[in-house]
Design a protein around this ligand. Structure first.
Ligand SMILES: Nc1nc2c(ncn2[C@@H]2O[C@H](COP(=O)(O)OP(=O)(O)OP(=O)(O)O)[C@@H](O)[C@H]2O)c(=O)[nH]1
Ligand SMILES: [Mg+2]
Length: 445
């Protein structure tokens, strides 16, 4: 175009109110694009000359030297993704990419069509945060742990106290036959043969001393005797005095080891302790991922290797990390599944050797997890692990909904092991320190 014609054309566009700046140079364009952080933010209006034109560019070629209208402010994908409470609940204005694909083609030199202002989306009034009183009321409405424990033990209550009530119904006095029938109830309620025999012997002595005049007295006496036996071996787990305090968690597969570790980590992290988890179960697919989810949920660190790695190597790294990061508690998950019991126990021994080499006196606690719902099986597991794995405490999980809660008494009595915690559900608050008095009260109420 001749120079004078160009001048006339520019003047004409100016009259129409169209910008007459030259197309920005490539450097500016690059930095503009970099500022936006994403090439996806392009629109026909903001297209910049590139060496290899994009398909969008070739569809609507921008002749060189033709003034470019000022870019329209359209929310970019990045902007849409930035947290905006109102947008999170309402559909955000269409991203530029979708606007681009729907815009009809028009001559690049035509007067700019004013972009219609985005139609405001009605924003529903935000849900008001619950007033403090409401939140407090909700908190109060939550059943207390004692209530939940009582509910969890309702089937065990039925199998011990319910059947006892039926036995005692209409009985004027308690005699040796009554105690024999009670013996059968206790054995079938998973209190274990040895514990039951011991309990009945004591009750016989009390009967001879004329202490059991009626059913109510017998129930009271049984409750007292069970509580005494639980108290004899009770000891809460004290996680202090050692830094790091190392807890090795063991048990057969599916009993609730990883879940218990997650709940424990939440408890200790909640007390302000620095917790590190070691994903020592490299055997089961996704075991480390499961533990990692817990670590993220409760804000604990984790050491994990790939599936199939040597568990002792994970434990070695975890011990080093726990020392290096000055952690208060190191909790080690282990696999519950091995080809043979011998393999499983050998693996445990190797892990123990590695821990002891890195942290003298550790592990400070070897926590055996048992599934209460498995009844007598839990007793055989306790026997196996106590002999081979130096168990120092027990966690009984899945007491909720089980009729076999009597196993708590059997494990404590027959193996002289402290029950450290009980699990009454899958959520984080469903693991509690074992309190013999509370347990027996909940069972008998
Ligand atoms: N109802 C109930 N479920 C529980 C409790 N503790 C754990 N569970 C559930 O039991 C299942 C197995 O738990 P895990 O923690 O994966 O058991 P694990 O011993 O680590 O299993 P492996 O890694 O396969 O050896 C999961 O579905 C848990 O949510 C509890 O106290 N009550
Ligand atoms: Mg596990």
């Amino acid at each position: 175009m001749a120079e004078e014609n160009k001048g006339f054309f520019k003047g004409f566009l100016k009259k129409l109110g169209i910008g007459v700046e030259e197309t920005p140079q490539k450097d500016e364009a690059d930095s503009a694009a970099a500022d936006e952080g994403s090439q996806a933010c392009y629109s026909p209006e903001t297209q910049l000359p590139t060496e290899a034109p994009t398909p969008a560019e070739s569809a609507t070629p921008a002749p060189t030297g033709i003034p470019t209208p000022a870019p329209t402010e359209i929310p970019t994908e990045r902007k849409a993704a930035s947290p905006a409470p109102a947008q999170a609940t309402n559909p955000a204005p269409q991203s530029q990419a979708s606007v681009q694909s729907q815009a009809p083609a028009r001559a690049p030199w035509a007067a700019p069509v004013p972009t219609p202002p985005p139609v405001p989306t009605p924003v529903p009034a935000p849900t008001p945060a619950p007033a403090p009183q409401v939140a407090a009321a909700e908190e109060q409405a939550k059943p207390s742990f004692f209530e939940r424990l009582k509910r969890s033990l309702s089937k065990t209550h039925e199998s011990i106290v319910g059947r006892m009530d039926t036995l005692l119904l209409g009985k004027k006095q308690i005699d040796i036959d009554t105690l024999e029938e009670l013996e059968e109830i206790l054995i079938t309620a998973d209190l274990g043969v040895n514990t039951t025999v011991d309990l009945i012997k004591t009750l016989e002595q009390r009967l001879k001393r004329d202490e059991l005049q009626d059913g109510a007295a017998l129930k009271k006496a049984l409750k007292e005797e069970i509580k005494l036996r639980l108290l004899a071996n009770a000891a809460p787990l004290v996680v202090s005095g050692k830094t790091p305090f190392v807890i090795l968690v063991i048990g057969v597969n599916g009993v609730g080891k990883t879940t218990t570790i997650g709940k424990l980590a939440a408890k200790y992290a909640g007390e302000g302790k620095k917790v590190l988890l070691a994903a020592g179960d490299t055997f089961r697919a996704a075991a480390a991922e499961q533990l990692e989810l817990w670590s993220q949920r409760v804000g604990a660190d984790i050491v994990r290797h790939k599936e199939g790695a040597d568990p002792s190597a994970v434990v070695f790294d975890a011990c080093k990390a726990a020392i290096g990061r000055a952690c208060d508690v190191l909790i080690i998950d282990t696999a519950g599944r091995m080809h043979t019991k011998v393999n499983l126990m050998e693996e445990m021994k190797k892990i123990r050797r590695v821990i002891a080499r890195e942290i003298p006196d550790a592990p400070h606690e070897t926590l055996l997890v048992l599934d209460a719902a498995t009844g007598q099986n839990a007793l055989s597991q306790a026997k196996l692990f106590k002999e081979a794995a130096f168990v120092t405490g027990v966690v009984l999980t899945k007491l909720d909904g089980s009729a076999k809660g009597g196993i708590v008494v059997a494990v404590s009595q027959e193996f002289a092991l402290p029950i450290r915690f009980i699990g009454v559900g899958e959520s984080v608050e469903d693991l509690r320190e074992f309190d013999p008095g509370q347990f027996v009260d909940a069972l008998f109420q």
